[in-house]
Design a protein around this ligand. Structure first.
Ligand SMILES: [Zn+2]
Length: 338
């Protein structure tokens, strides 16, 4: 087994755990401390934990094994075939950005451009479709996803002047476990909720409205990009919002497909029995959102705890996850072609 993997005398990849990168956000809170094992910075609101990021400015680092301290970007450079398998020729950067968000307050009302608006996307960036799995919610939680039918750019400009933008947005009261899909071009925001987020590896965001928030760090409101936001909105598309999970299997564990788009697939696995994860010659990501367990690969065991994010390199392929107790896992895949 080992010999087959070594290839050009290079170290074989193994299941990789990544350290979260915490980000100050004025709308953030402290709830990620209950979800992730790495301690939060000592004070201030933390809005985001970037748990897998191949962005030049924020590089996820391996936290386990001989490659500890290496960045995902370095791995994509040195081990791309082992990591990406059949997708190695398509991607120079890892194409997904994964985060946990703790939105104590409402985020800005924002939109990410789609490929239909290439002129709004800076060189080297991409469109951004994203999706959320709700982790924590309560009575005050709110998600806005998309426009009410018939809303025009003129309506939105008027609503900005009168601070009535929320009247034009589709409003959702989220519950834990809800899956929300936000295709590029969809106006969206969320507040008083903790979510896991999967998105295209892009950082192009246009803010339409920010609820009058003032950043405590600067004493200033944050800049808006109203014209570019209005130009990015796909006014005809109403595909966003809460999606109905598709049950794929019920034994040995429940496997539901939450998202299936041209950029990512995401399944939720729930149960207590051993289950298969990973895929031959394809990378997969596992996110443990409840419970704990371990996977076995090539004779070694890798313990997986709540809040952890693991990348299964393509060379690892399929392996078995053994729950210690009732677990909820998210498994994320890249589509074979898009
Ligand atoms: Zn967004």
């Amino acid at each position: 087994m080992r010999v087959g993997r070594l290839g050009m005398n290079r170290m074989p990849l193994y299941p990789l755990r990544f350290e979260p990168i915490y980000q100050y956000r004025l709308w953030g809170g402290r709830r990620l401390s209950g979800l992730l094992s790495k301690p939060l910075p000592s004070d201030g609101p933390i809005g985001e934990a970037w748990v897998l990021s191949d962005r030049d400015d924020h590089q996820s680092q391996v936290a386990n094994g001989p490659l500890k301290g290496q960045t995902i970007g370095e791995l994509m450079e040195e081990f791309r075939d082992q990591l990406m398998g059949r997708l190695a020729s398509r991607f120079r950067q890892f194409p997904l950005l994964l985060k946990f968000l703790d939105a104590r307050e409402m985020l800005s009302v924002q939109v990410h451009p789609s490929d239909a608006h290439a002129e709004l996307i800076p060189a080297g960036e991409s469109a951004k479709t994203e999706a959320w799995v709700v982790i924590e919610a309560n009575k005050g939680s709110r998600i806005y996803a998309g426009l009410k039918p018939g809303t025009t750019a003129g309506d939105l400009r008027h609503a900005l002047a009168t601070e009535t933008i929320a009247d034009h947005l589709v409003s959702i009261v989220p519950k834990p476990g809800d899956a929300v899909f936000i295709p590029a071009g969809t106006v969206h925001t969320l507040g008083d909720v903790v979510v896991f987020e999967v998105q295209q590896n892009s950082d192009v965001t246009f803010r339409l409205y920010d609820w009058g928030h003032v950043d405590a760090k600067t004493g200033q409101p944050r800049p808006l990009q109203v014209d570019r936001a209005l130009a990015s909105i796909d006014y005809a598309n109403c595909d966003g919002g809460v999606v109905t999970p598709i049950v794929v299997t019920t034994a040995p564990v429940e496997r539901e497909r939450l998202f299936d788009c041209e950029h990512f697939l995401l399944w939720r696995l729930r149960g207590e029995s051993p289950l298969n994860v990973g895929a031959a010659e394809m990378p997969r990501v596992l996110v443990c959102i409840e419970g704990s367990g371990w996977i076995e690969d090539d004779g070694s065991a890798y313990g997986i705890d709540k809040g952890e994010v693991w990348l299964l390199p393509a060379v690892v392929g399929r392996c078995e996850f053994h729950p210690n107790n009732a677990v909820t896992l998210l498994e994320i895949a890249l589509p074979e072609s898009s």
